[in-house]
Design a protein around this ligand. Structure first.
Ligand SMILES: O=C(O)C(=O)Cc1ccccc1
Length: 308
């Protein structure tokens, strides 16, 4: 019976994402922070961790980015993309005109600024650990209102002041399900690979070199983020997401090239894309596994004097 540790408490979007992935027998364990969810997997207390990684409005979830780059490596085996529409929960019988404080996860507050300005203009905003932590804070009297995932209303005895709120139509959040490295999910033809690299900051053009290794092999970069290395300004980790699976020749070849050129490469997984998109451009550019095999045979023949 696999267990999934998720960024909690109960009623977060991360719980909703975990439920998309979970089987009927899986157990779900809420954890207080993203690092705590990852630590539960590292400690063998959970099989998988479900954490938010990026949002189409606010961008990267930095707590997740930082936690994935340090400590024992974990690999993503699946991603879940959820549409984000928020609910506003208040203590029972509290009307909108009496709401003085509203709390939520910073990514949630950022996505409902328009609604708050129009509907709760005088309410002071406070950052909470997560959307559901804000609901718990309303229950214990810390705040009047919380901006939450819809599912939070089923977990906490609070009134629903509003539902379906989103300043940006179509906004989505992407979550990763991570576990100990082991047998990877096989290639599906529509996969994504994630890595974190550190490269010598003082080498001119180093980032262009790394991206060129991908481009030359017909690999489409779908995301690049940087995070500071913390100790000193000017040194960064780069997080790259690109199409393809490490078991495909062009991807393996590119990863090996990055390993040669970088100080450090951490593999964060090859997993099916939530929104399928066949990586067909690789074929046109002569970058399929068959192209690699044919080129390898030709080279072997040149080297052993039987062809050319
Ligand atoms: O706090 C939550 O519910 C999360 O899972 C993080 C989050 C916050 C805002 C939008 C999507 C996910």
């Amino acid at each position: 019976m696999p267990s999934i540790a998720y960024f909690g408490p109960r009623g977060t979007f991360s719980e909703q994402a975990a439920r998309v992935h979970a089987g009927a027998d899986d157990t779900l364990e809420p954890m207080r922070t993203v690092p705590a969810a990852l630590a539960a997997v590292r400690a063998g207390e959970a099989d998988l961790a479900c954490v938010p990684v990026e949002n189409s409005v606010e961008g990267a979830v930095s707590a997740t980015m930082d936690a994935l780059a340090v400590d024992e490596p974990l690999v993503a085996v699946a991603e879940v993309v959820l549409p984000v529409r928020f609910s506003v929960l208040v203590r029972p019988n509290l009307t909108a005109d009496r709401v003085r404080t509203v709390a939520s996860h910073p990514h949630a507050l950022a996505q409902v600024q328009g609604w708050l300005a129009a509907n709760l203009p005088d309410a002071a905003q406070t950052a909470a650990n997560s959307t559901a932590a804000a609901a718990v804070g309303v229950l214990d009297g810390s705040w009047d209102a919380a901006v939450t995932a819809p599912v939070a209303a089923t977990h906490y005895p609070l009134d629903v002041l509003a539902t379906g709120i989103a300043d940006v139509e179509g906004a989505v959040t992407r979550f990763l399900l991570l576990r100990h490295p082991g047998t990877l999910p096989g290639p599906t033809g529509s996969d994504r690979t994630s890595i974190v690299v550190t490269a010598a900051a003082e080498r001119t053009g180093v980032l262009a070199e790394l991206l060129t290794e991908l481009a030359l092999r017909g690999i489409n970069l779908s995301r690049i983020e940087s995070r500071p290395l913390k100790g000193r300004l000017g040194q960064y980790r780069f997080y790259l997401d690109f199409d393809g699976h490490v078991h495909e020749q062009r991807v393996g070849d590119a990863l090996a090239a990055l390993h040669r050129r970088c100080q450090h490469v951490r593999f964060l997984g090859s997993y099916p894309r939530a929104e399928p998109s066949p990586t067909s451009t690789a074929a046109a550019a002569g970058n399929t596994d068959a192209d690699y095999a044919a080129a390898g045979e030709w080279l072997a023949a040149v080297r052993n004097g039987t062809g050319g």
